[in-house]
Design a binder for this molecule. Structure first.
Ligand code: SAH
Length: 255
């Protein structure tokens, strides 16, 4: 059996209970060493065989999995954050399907959630935005033209931009070209939930300079939108005048 496990954003206490149980039982562990905090692996058995996939190809990862499963061993494949986001998990699952090898996926706390927690922000404020866009600038992996940042900018949704801090000048230029006012709040959180976490807050106009000054160029989340700063409506869900299936209104009908 193979367990794909989301390791969470860094803090070893932010892996799920289920993910940690699988990791503690694993005979073979393959972890994405470029971002997974090695401290997450402290629960592994001393005799577990540990591979860092940073120096491996997809084929090499699949070879390790196939051999281990053939020997009746339990494999933990550990991805940073949640494996469904920029995790390159699909190509592994498809190959395992072809080989007839069973697997499960255990989700994790993605770094965009850890970044919001670190800043103590809510992405979905009434009257501000009810939509979160997760995206990136093109790198070695291209981004479809229909998803250009300038195009996404028109929605003014809460934005989380992965894998792009080294291109922050371009990010802010694209968003401004797409119609965001220059004073739109922007924040960058470096290594959210790690001991050396750093956060920089500003606007689209000044965030790139501030982030360069802080020496941050990778492993960081860019967040943009009015959810970071400014007014919002309180939620109706907890409003005394509004009733719903689990609570009656205190005053009036809520209409
Ligand atoms: N699957 C991961 C993302 C992998 S892509 C997840 O769900 O979080 C790698 C990118 O994720 C980095 O370039 C950075 O933008 C972001 N990232 C990963 N860990 C981070 C952290 N602790 N703090 C801020 N950003 C992080």
């Amino acid at each position: 059996m193979i367990s794909f496990i989301g390791a969470g954003p860094g803090d070893p206490d932010l892996i799920t209970v289920k993910g940690q149980k699988r990791l503690a039982e694993a005979d073979v562990v393959i972890y994405a060493g470029s971002l997974v905090n090695p401290a997450v692996l402290h629960v592994c058995r001393p005799e577990a065989e540990i591979h860092n996939s940073a120096s491996m190809t997809l084929e090499a990862v699949l070879d390790v999995m196939e051999r281990a499963v053939g020997e009746g061993k339990k494999v933990a494949r550990v991805h940073t954050g949640d494996p469904s986001i920029y995790g390159a998990i699909r190509e592994q699952m498809d190959a395992l399907d072809d080989m007839g090898i069973p697997y499960e996926v255990i989700p994790g706390v993605s770094s965009f959630l850890a970044a919001a927690a670190s800043l103590r922000k809510e992405f979905t404020l009434p009257d501000v935005s009810q939509t979160v866009i997760i995206t990136r600038l093109a790198g070695r992996t291209p981004v479809p033209e229909k998803e250009s940042l300038a195009g996404l900018a028109q929605h003014k949704a809460s934005l989380c931009i992965f894998l792009s801090t080294h291109l922050l000048d371009q990010v802010t230029a694209d968003l401004i070209a797409g119609g965001y006012p220059e004073d739109t709040p922007a924040a960058v959180v470096y290594k959210a939930s790690w001991p050396d976490e750093k956060a920089v807050q500003g606007t689209l106009r000044d965030i790139a300079g501030k982030v360069a000054e802080a020496g941050i160029s990778r492993t960081a989340m860019i967040m943009v939108g009015q959810f970071l700063e400014g007014p919002y409506q309180r939620s109706l869900l907890y409003h005394p005048e509004f009733a719903h299936g689990y609570r009656e209104a205190e005053r009036g009908s809520g209409e």
